[in-house]
Write a protein that binds this ligand. Structure first.
Ligand code: AKG
Ligand code: FE2
Length: 351
């Protein structure tokens, strides 16, 4: 990455000082300084540096092996059991929501078996009770969209096209939904419903990993770094990689697999960004070593996942026989569900 040219005034002073301290050699990261609004006239003291850099996994990273074991192998995972095993109907969405809401508020996840898959209209009415639906605007996915907001995830073959991975038998690495968007644009709930589990439902399971369990395996120093680190294109507008919401640690992060993640951090540390990359590596390690829960799909099974409680992903599917078919509806949180308990605080990470 090209080094930022030292400017005049405070920026110039800081860059010169950084060169003295670190031998003037910055490879993966660069540092710039921000004048705080209340900088004193002498311009010496009140500066804060911002570092930018990038993370790319190496094949020897531990999480690469754990990820393959989780997403590519047919391993036995903890599968979600259904409370009471009784079936429900989607024809009365508010009764259906009553069935789901306790588990959703307590554990961030609810699952139910419907006697028949809900229609698009029933699904939208259920979603409207939780918040407002996120429109599916990506031109690539339009052939799979109904009513502007319901996405048909039909996995009939493998693909090399990343945008089409959800519509294939490819695995999907763990992620926060819409981690590349501002916090207020990220869905709070993901509703998934199975229309057809496919010929081999032990394949293509949706995998959930609790963010709280991931967070406890990180050190306070790593949490502090990640709490001040952003995807670089979201810097200044987006959520940091971890933040606190209603007392819980919530991640906004996708495992980029073999591709590069560019970041910007407000945390203080070495100019090469090695502390940030080590924290990202520890996060990935924790994501893939935390015991997951998985959903084995059956026709009519419906799950609501709170995007602030769980990372989710998918194990590899099965490309023969009947294709797996889920529908997805994403919901932004509103005052109607949880109110200001759901508002987010981008601070107080040290608890
Ligand atoms: O197909 C799945 O199991 C989940 C796909 C996914 O991540 C999503 O639709 O957001
Ligand atoms: Fe997703």
């Amino acid at each position: 990455m090209a080094r930022r040219q030292a400017g005049s005034g405070i920026e110039g002073c800081l860059c010169a000082r950084m060169r003295q301290l670190h031998g003037g050699h910055v490879r993966d990261a660069c540092t710039k300084a921000i004048r705080l609004p209340n900088s004193c006239e002498s311009g010496i003291a009140l500066v804060r540096s911002v570092r930018t850099g990038s993370f790319i996994e190496s094949p020897g990273d531990a999480h690469v092996v754990y990820r393959a074991a989780l997403l590519h192998a047919r391993t036995t995972r903890r599968e979600l059991s259904l409370d009471g095993q009784c079936t429900a109907s989607a024809s009365d969405p508010s009764r259906l929501l009553d069935r789901l809401v306790g588990s959703l508020t307590e554990s961030g996840m609810a699952i139910v078996d419907l006697n028949e898959p809900a229609s698009v209209d029933e699904l939208c009415r259920l979603g409207a009770l939780l918040g407002s639906a996120v429109p599916e605007l990506d031109p690539v996915v339009q052939p799979y969209v109904e009513a502007g907001v319901v996405l048909n995830l039909i996995s009939d073959d493998a693909t090399d096209e990343p945008n089409l991975a959800p519509f294939s038998t490819n695995s999907i690495s763990l992620h926060t939904e819409s981690s590349g968007h501002r916090a207020d644009e990220q869905p709070r709930f993901i509703i998934l419903m199975c229309v057809e589990p496919g010929s081999a439902p032990q394949w293509g399971q949706t995998i959930l990993v609790s963010m709280a369990s991931v967070a406890v395996k990180l050190t306070q120093a790593q949490i502090d770094v990640l709490g001040r680190t952003y995807y670089s294109r979201l810097a200044g507008v987006g959520p940091p990689i971890v933040r606190v919401m209603a007392g819980r640690r919530v991640f906004s992060f996708r495992d980029f697999g073999g591709t590069e993640l560019q970041w910007e951090t407000k945390s203080q540390g070495p100019p090469d960004g090695s502390d940030v990359n080590a924290a990202l590596r520890a996060l990935l390690d924790s994501m893939y070593t935390t015991e997951p829960t998985s959903i084995r799909w059956a026709r009519g099974r419906l799950a609501v996942i709170d995007n602030s409680y769980f990372f989710h992903g998918r194990s590899r599917g099965f490309a023969q026989g009947r294709p797996r078919h889920l529908v997805r509806l994403r919901i932004l949180s509103t005052q109607a569900f949880g109110g200001d308990k759901l508002s987010c605080h981008d601070a107080q990470l040290s608890t």
